[in-house]
Ligand binder design. Structure first.
Ligand SMILES: [Zn+2]
Length: 371
């Protein structure tokens, strides 16, 4: 049975077609032992570069019947979460991680909770950690995003730029640093830990080299609703925010909202954002009736007030940065002087005066464009 499930998951995918044909042909040999070893063989054959890891790659947080948030454990560098919606006959996945290895590991581990085939994948936005596993999905899977997100992936913007450099470009230097630390360490426990981290980083580098950016094959401009058996799944674009094309996924009956990076436990990455639009978009989020938030990173959230906290942070940051911009203060100096400590109760990573340079540069860039 497990072999058939895997075959269904992988049938038609570039990685899986050969393996699947092999499995189906070999199923005429009906010994259970043979099937079990075939299963292992098929997984190995389909396994993309960098998909070697110990233990589990994901923890599945069950939030409703058939609704899960898959959060990376760190054994494999997936970077982003995936939300999983299991319908009567099929499965919808939200976001596809940073590499085919990440997406493959999710499909592999999904077998623990369902045998149904994945028919839909949503890319919440174009950043590398949400879209670079798309290639693993068979061609008949509908990969859905906002039209802006598709345009960005199709023109190489998930594959370059600041977000890509942050997540992937820094990996070789992280590896060199770990290697230097390993050389300087004699403690057996520390060495074991460093070797493990090195293995994970090297796997990640191999995984990212296997990426073939794969744009979505279905786009939306404002909204789309999928009716899958008893499940109603709304895909909504509520305005620009963290990017110009963030889609949220809303399950009205289950009162669950999947926010991508539009709303997280931490302040989201801001390089491609529109802070003023973002505040308004978050206001529209409040019109939705939900009590569980599944974000693109971290564990599920239960507090709707998270929306207010992010709005307040963005308002304050915008106001201070735009005032300094008016006064002709350089972005670097503004980043040192901006004071967001009043938000530290909601964002514990705020430890003192100042803010990252990226948000200030972004606000300066938007203000310069208005001139
Ligand atoms: Zn992200």
């Amino acid at each position: 049975m497990r072999v058939l499930r895997l075959a269904r998951f992988l049938s038609g995918s570039r990685l899986g077609r050969a393996a699947t044909l092999g499995i189906l042909a070999a199923l005429t040999v009906s010994a259970a032992v043979a099937a079990a070893s075939l299963h292992a063989t098929a997984l190995q054959e389909a396994r993309p570069p960098g998909a070697d890891y110990d233990g589990d790659a994901f923890t599945f947080h069950k939030v409703r019947e058939g609704v899960y948030l898959a959060v990376p454990t760190g054994n494999l560098t997936a970077v982003g979460n995936a939300s999983v919606v299991i319908n009567d006959d099929d499965v919808l996945i939200v976001d596809s991680h940073t590499s085919p290895a990440g997406a493959w590991a999710l499909l592999h581990e999904l077998q623990r909770i369902t045998a149904k085939p994945v028919r839909y994948v949503v890319n919440t936005h174009f950043h590398v950690d949400h879209v670079h596993g798309n290639q693993v999905y068979p061609k008949d899977v509908q990969i859905i995003s906002h039209e802006f997100t598709r345009e960005m992936i199709a023109t190489g913007r998930s594959w370059s730029g600041h977000a890509y450099d942050q997540v992937v470009g820094s990996v070789p230097s992280q590896i060199s640093k770990l290697e230097r630390q390993l050389e300087a360490t004699t403690d057996p426990g520390d060495r074991t830990d460093l070797l493990r981290q090195l293995r994970i980083r090297k796997n990640f580098l191999a995984a990212t080299k296997a990426v073939v950016p794969t744009p979505p094959n279905v786009t939306l401009r404002d909204r789309m609703t999928l009716y899958r058996g008893r499940r109603e799944i709304q895909l909504l674009f509520l305005g620009r925010g963290h990017t110009a094309g963030d889609v949220v996924v809303y399950l009205p009956k289950e009162r669950v909202l999947m926010t991508g990076d539009l709303l997280l436990k931490t302040v989201p990455y801001m390089h491609d954002c529109y802070p003023l639009d973002w505040i308004a978009t978050l206001e529209r989020l409040k019109q939705l009736d939900f009590d569980v938030i599944l974000g693109g990173h971290w564990e599920p959230l239960l507090e709707r007030e998270r929306i207010d906290h992010l709005q307040a942070y963005l308002r304050d940051l915008w106001s201070q940065a735009s005032q300094m911009h008016n006064e002709g203060v350089a972005a670097e100096e503004a980043a040192r002087r901006i004071d967001l400590r009043s938000h530290a109760a909601h964002y514990p990573n705020i430890k003192g005066l100042g803010v990252g340079l990226v948000p200030v540069q972004r606000i300066y860039e938007l203000l310069d464009q208005q001139k």
